[in-house]
Design a protein around this ligand. Structure first.
Ligand code: ZN
Ligand code: ZN
Ligand code: ZN
Length: 368
């Protein structure tokens, strides 16, 4: 599988005129070779020349963590007195264009720029994104498992099985984190808990506010679900609950519109539809109901090894969806200083139509 992915990368490099692909810290590395680099001051780099074998330049002390895959790469360990930047430059040879990991530390890029003065550097994502954004059946299966895991947590939240009133947002966030791990994820990526007026801030950081009775609570959480091969896929879901049996009428009316807008965008997410049309499907409902200016972000983002990746569901992205694209559909309405709401599922575009990986109840959970 990894060898096949490297072959795909080489085809893309040939098409883009790129001589060498360099992958370091970030999700490209595990996706293409099954190894995740520690974010250290010691550099790790997979060097993939277009026409010769890939080498993994790695601190000698990290070698024990590598699952060796001879058909994919060979190891070039470096010890404390070696110059790994020089090693990488030598492996790259007289490359004209190098595509280098978007998430690699800029310090290493600065060093490589002086070690390779005649080389121009572009983002690795120009090579890797077109490949990573089309998921195969096993990747979709992994995303589905991750989605089912957070659905079970959302279900408990909606049935009132996760205590809210009287606890701080941070306490509930920590509990969601524990449940994300207990449900099989290897890593918690985020657990936003935004209560009352805090829900009006889309990326509110769960804090010390104590959750009250009869107010909205927005929970947006997800983690990374790892498989045997060491590659993890992300979950990401948002659901809203009302902590009491007297939901605010204005909030309820807005929620009904949001629910419709989210469902409309999911229905629109068919193969061949430009990504921006999916954004418009959600946005139009909100605009029609007078909430247009309260929907302050794009409708969604791609998801896979990274929680946010291509394709972005946003105005200006005219690329048609293709089978195997996986992305969030998450419109929201935010009334500053009052309340906010967002409804989010992960959806896969497939030949048989949009395939929603999250099936947890889409209605507002009113906890009487
Ligand atoms: Zn977000
Ligand atoms: Zn989310
Ligand atoms: Zn999301």
């Amino acid at each position: 599988m990894f060898a096949q992915r490297i072959d795909q990368a080489r085809e893309q490099m040939a098409a883009d005129g790129i001589d060498v692909l360099m992958l370091s810290v970030g999700s490209d590395l595990p996706y293409f070779c099954g190894y995740e680099a520690m974010p250290l001051e010691r550099i790790t780099m997979l060097v993939v020349p277009r026409d010769s074998a890939a080498k993994l330049v790695i601190p000698a002390l990290e070698v024990a963590r590598v699952v060796q895959r001879d058909e994919v790469f060979s190891l070039r360990p470096w010890s404390e007195t070696d110059d790994p930047i020089r090693m990488i430059a030598e492996l790259a040879g007289p490359a004209e264009t190098v595509a280098i990991g978007d998430h690699m530390w800029s310090g290493f890029l600065v060093d490589l720029l002086s070690a390779m003065p005649n080389t121009s550097f572009v983002r690795a994502s120009t090579v890797t994104s077109p490949i990573r954004s089309i998921k195969d059946a096993s990747e979709i299966e992994r995303l589905r498992q991750a989605g089912a895991a957070v659905d079970r947590i959302a279900g408990r939240l909606q049935r009132g099985e996760i205590e809210l009133v009287g606890r701080t947002e941070a306490e509930v966030s920590a509990e969601l984190g524990r449940q994300i791990l207990a449900e099989g994820h290897g890593r918690v990526n985020f657990a936003i808990v935004a209560s009352g007026e805090n829900s009006a801030s889309p990326h509110h950081h769960a804090g010390t506010r104590v959750i009250q009775a009869n107010e909205p609570v927005l929970c947006d959480f997800g983690g990374t679900y790892f498989g045997e091969d060491g590659v993890g896929y992300c979950s990401d879901i948002t659901r809203n609950v009302w902590t009491g049996d007297r939901p605010d009428r204005e909030y309820l009316e807005a929620y009904a519109v949001l629910h419709e807008a989210q469902a409309a965008a999911v229905r629109a997410a068919t193969v061949g539809t430009p990504a921006e049309q999916v954004d418009r499907a959600a946005r139009q409902r909100l605009v029609d109901a007078g909430f247009g200016s309260f929907f302050v972000h794009r409708t969604g983002h791609g998801i896979g090894v990274d929680a946010h990746e291509d394709p972005y569901i946003v105005e200006g992205n005219g690329s048609p969806l293709v089978a195997g694209n996986a992305f969030s559909i998450e419109p929201g309405i935010y009334q500053s200083a009052k309340w906010g709401m967002r409804l989010e599922d992960i959806v896969v575009a497939s030949e048989t139509g949009p395939d929603s990986l999250n099936t947890a109840d889409h209605h507002l959970a009113v906890l009487g």
